[in-house]
Design a protein around this ligand. Sequence first.
Ligand code: UD1
Ligand code: MG
Length: 449
Amino acid sequence: MEVSALILAAGSGTRMKSKKPKVMHEILGRPIISYVLDTVHALDIDRIGIVVGHGANEVMEALGDSYKYIPQPSQLGTGDAVIKSRTTFEKVPGYLLVLCGDTPLLQKTTIARMIELAEKENPSCVMLTAKVPDPQGYGRIIRDNWNNIEEIVEERDCSSEEKMINEVNTGVYLFKIDDLWQALEKISPDNDQKEYYLTDVVSILHEQQKITLAVKSHNLEEYRGINNKWQLAEISSDLLELRLKNLCLDGVTILDPKSTYIEADVTIGQDTVIHPNTILTGSITIGDDCEIGPFVHLIGDNKGIQIANNVKVGPFVRIRPPAEILDDAKIGCFIDLKKSKIGKRSKVPHLSYIGDTEMGEDVNIGAGTITCNYDGKNKFKTKIGNRVFTGSDTMLIAPIELGDDSYTGAGSVISGNVESGDLAIERTKVRVIKGWGKRKNSDSTGKES
Ligand code: UD1
Ligand code: MG
């Protein structure tokens, strides 16, 4: 059976009170709609249309060109949104799965059950309904004397009796494509909102003696939609918990899930320990047996951070992308590191800023060493060879290269290259003034010594 998918994402999302289109708000670093798309992809559906309206350009730019975008210039209702996709899907056989872009918890297995039922019974429509304790806000499912679905009535159009019905429309449908277009020709905006309701298709099918079947959701959470930023926060926090749980089940040790935030595009290897107050955002790969945290913020963005095996990062470290830290290296504590590569077994252990730097293997960076990479206009590179040792508080004025096995003296400002095996030291001779302290003390008490 052929199944295509249509995702409705043109609505303005007024209740989000935001300049951003609703489906572009992020959960664990990914847009809400990408969760719905993941589910559709997981079902091996490749013909996917997305109805866009509010913020259409932003949505299209973020999701790329593997989808068919269907513009809906004015948001005249869910029925109108589907009508706009007619030319795209008219000649396509089989069924059209219609989903909303704002329901990231929807389960693949639930939709698979809908598809199975359609395959078995060949109905005009299979919809996902749910029996809920509080049906407020949802369209109610009205059944006829034979228990067949007769119509869906929106809350605002419900009589007080209909409001008591607790079987609701989740907004997920599988329509037989030919029957869908015929029914959509008959819908009208004759309702409280003066919109074209997709839900009216169901009563039209019933009048035509065509069958709509229901699959009931086993999971009371999965159809929860995001309409405001508190719902966004709640669902984000639920998905975060699930994410941390799955990481643990895959062999990662997370000492304090309550203070740990790990986004969707982060992968972590076995036996890596994540200490409290660790924040991992964007694209990050961490290998096996690492120690990350406490108080670490790794910002992968889309440029990425790669951390190999047995690396220690923390406490109090921030890393910005792109960054690559190789096996057995150590970063922390109080380190700000950006756009740098750190070689195997190298250590950046205390109070440093390392930026635009390529560092070799077995390097020891002294406490307080700083790569001075910025002159106010441009950024410059620092290249540090293998087995280099910088003394504490070395300032490396980039562009600069330190050859293999070279050294810098503590407190030096190094503004030129250091050749392999050399020591660079920049330090004025200490001047000692005999008895100065003693005299100062006696001055302050007023007594002669
Ligand atoms: C809809 C259903 C309701 C169901 C509920 C489940 C209708 C008329 N009602 O109501 O029975 O219980 O979902 O959550 O369908 N959209 C467009 N273009 C439009 C209007 C909406 O693309 O012109 C998109 C929205 O972006 C959103 C989705 O369609 O993703 C649903 O629209 P929304 O306004 O949230 O419908 P509900 O009132 O929640
Ligand atoms: Mg809604």
